[in-house]
Design a binder for this molecule. Sequence first.
Ligand SMILES: [Cu+2]
Length: 153
Amino acid sequence: MARMLLLVILMLSGLNVQAHLIIKDAWVREAPPRSRTLAMFLQVTNHGDQPEVINGASSEQFSKVELHETSFDKGMMRMKHIPELTMKPDQVLDFKPGGMHIMLMNPVKIFKAGDQVDIKLHMKNGKKKAVRALVLSSPPVSAGSATQEHHQH
Ligand SMILES: [Cu+2]
């Protein structure tokens, strides 16, 4: 019975219930080997004609995955958990260092530059969007994102 249910879930998630999200430039920042958290950055576009509500994420490689937002309060860096994120049609969201990111907690192994990270974004309507990212030691150089970064002094 449980196996049957699992099969149905797998079929549902594998067929045409894909979320209308386009993922671009997904990468994970390499962290020191002892680090229990890593951060993923990416660009998400909703190319559907309906709003998409992201209400979580998961991965077999981490015990917990959350959407976070970094903010600065009186010079202190804080991270806030975003439980639900609504994307309007055609909306583009940049998850980048210093802003929104996907927090990957308690990795099952040590991730090094060149490794692959697989997560799933969960939609409120039950759809899931698979995201594959490469672990990099420094941000990818791509038109647009590199020039918008603030220089560190
Ligand atoms: Cu975080």
